[in-house]
Design a binder for this molecule. Structure first.
Ligand code: ADP
Ligand code: AMP
Length: 210
């Protein structure tokens, strides 16, 4: 990575306090590798990773009044109401002390998207979209072994259906605005990260050239 790119990252980190947060939405089907790649992006580019699914699972564990409802919805692969997810995202953003966020697994439908934009007034800088076949995603989820209640074949099929019907339209919306950066996510973790890195590096090269 060239020094001009390093300088652009530093300048962004120094300036964020006066600016609106920088948000990158990370979308893709269940098991497409969003969480795996977000961990790499955090290490290289200093973003804070907020996974909507992880926040919802933490909410269940905390014994909150919404916990049972969230647990049921996750078991069925359904989309939890926007107000619950957006509140958790806002709280996590405030508590992070950072102003650069990877929001993973959100927005999951048009209503999520519109509510987030109208409540936070934040538009994503771009949308990373991990493109992967259902066959490959199914294989990965069945091997994930994290003890998740929704990584079983019955729930996985429901999640694929929700993804196609509700989440793809969000990707299409941002694509129509020229904001989607599509990545072939069927490759190895290393190859996918090379493609991801190129997208972030390009962003900083552009900033350095201004
Ligand atoms: P998501 O966050 O999109 O649901 P994860 O990052 O949790 O997906 O990945 C799902 C599973 O697939 C995990 O067990 C992970 O280790 C594995 N995985 C992630 N990326 C790849 C890849 N490029 N090739 C093979 N397996 C992968
Ligand atoms: P994930 O960890 O992204 O695979 O999400 C697991 C499950 O959490 C989903 O199948 C949904 O039931 C729920 N979920 C995750 N993200 C959202 C979201 N943005 N809005 C509503 N529900 C969500």
């Amino acid at each position: 990575m060239g020094t001009s790119v390093d300088a652009a990252i530093k300048e962004e980190n120094g300036n964020v306090a006066e600016k609106k947060p920088i948000v990158v939405f990370v979308l893709g089907g269940p098991g497409s590798g969003k969480g795996t790649q977000c961990a790499n992006i955090v290490q290289h580019f200093g973003y804070t990773h907020l996974s909507a699914g992880d926040l919802l699972r933490a909410e269940i564990k905390s014994g909150s009044e919404n916990g049972t409802m969230i647990q049921e919805m996750i078991k069925e692969g359904k989309i939890v109401p926007s107000e619950v997810t957006i509140k958790l995202l806002q709280k996590a953003m405030q508590e992070s002390g950072n102003d650069k966020f990877l929001i993973d697994g959100f927005p999951r439908n048009e209503e999520n998207r519109a509510a987030f934009e109208s409540i936070t007034k934040i538009e994503p800088e771009f949308v990373l979209f991990f493109d992967c076949s259902e066959e490959e995603m199914e294989r990965r989820l069945l091997n994930r072994n994290q003890g998740r209640v929704d990584d079983n074949i019955e729930t996985i099929r429901k999640r694929f259906k929700v993804f196609l019907e509700s989440s793809i339209p969000v990707v299409e919306y941002y694509d129509s605005k020229g904001k989607v950066r599509k990545i072939d996510a069927a490759k190895s973790v290393e190859e996918v990260f090379e493609a991801v890195k190129a997208i972030f590096t390009q962003k900083y090269e552009k900033a350095a050239a201004v």
